[in-house]
Write a protein that binds this ligand. Sequence first.
Ligand code: ZN
Length: 322
Amino acid sequence: MPLTVLIPAPLRELSGGAAELRCGGATVGEALAQLACAHPRLGARLLDEAGQVRRSIALFLDDVEVRELGGLSAEVRDGDTLCLVPAIAGGAPELDGERIARWARQLLVPGFGAAGQERLMAARVRVVGADGAATPALLALAQAGVGTLWIDDPETIGPADLCGWLYGPEQVGQPRAPLAAAALARASRFVSALPYPAGGAPSAVLVCASSSAQAQAATEVARRARVPHVVLELDGEAGQVVSIPPGAPCWACARFSAAGSRPPVAGSLALSSLAAQELLRLLVEPELKEGRRIDVVRGVPTVRATQRLPGCVCGLETPSGG
Ligand SMILES: [Zn+2]
């Protein structure tokens, strides 16, 4: 029996109370199939109808996220430990009366509904960059009902960050990530906002990085992990928002294939809110495949489908890419 599977407390009612299970199998996929056979309710919580791991569950094989090891085909060795991590500690919350009252307006939007709201509640969104310009996006994601927000920013609050919506003048010089998390927790008790935990496996990423090198690095990680991501790129008060569902043309393609466009003019805080709306759209409609880029020129948005640059590496893993 090569593999030990650790069952977190919220899932133990599905494993007959067991905190640890053992199973065989040469790969993570085979091990999960055995587990699902022995514990069908646990299996249904872990795997969807197509046998894929649900987005609301993260799997760590000896502390490495399984997607980084090749997903279900990752090999299992004797003595390995597989750790199951549900999206929300304490188990997925129900869309109860209080939550329905909070989100009543968006629940009525066609195509959103309870299913969309539940996807947001199960989502773990990593937000890269929490400067002043990113704060409307953070607040918009929290208020829309995203279950877990991981704030990834090692910097401290500077005077320019006070133009945003989360920080006060007395906080200048203090770290952004924990203070943003605390402000979001005050805004909504339905969000779990925390500084980004090393090795955390997000289900979507919003990139509000203040340098393009940081943004490029974060988008590459998201692209390789095949999680939907949205990039907000600001240049002063101008900028654009690019949405990238899994398999769509990458950020590098989206930035450079729209050559010849005029520099947009818009308020950075408005663009930040727009970036959050784009990310919510990708979370609520996971079947979306088209990437798009939105430029706002003198208050008027232009929406274009993104295109892949010939030969870009992002086209290599997607049979339909081109
Ligand atoms: Zn590309």
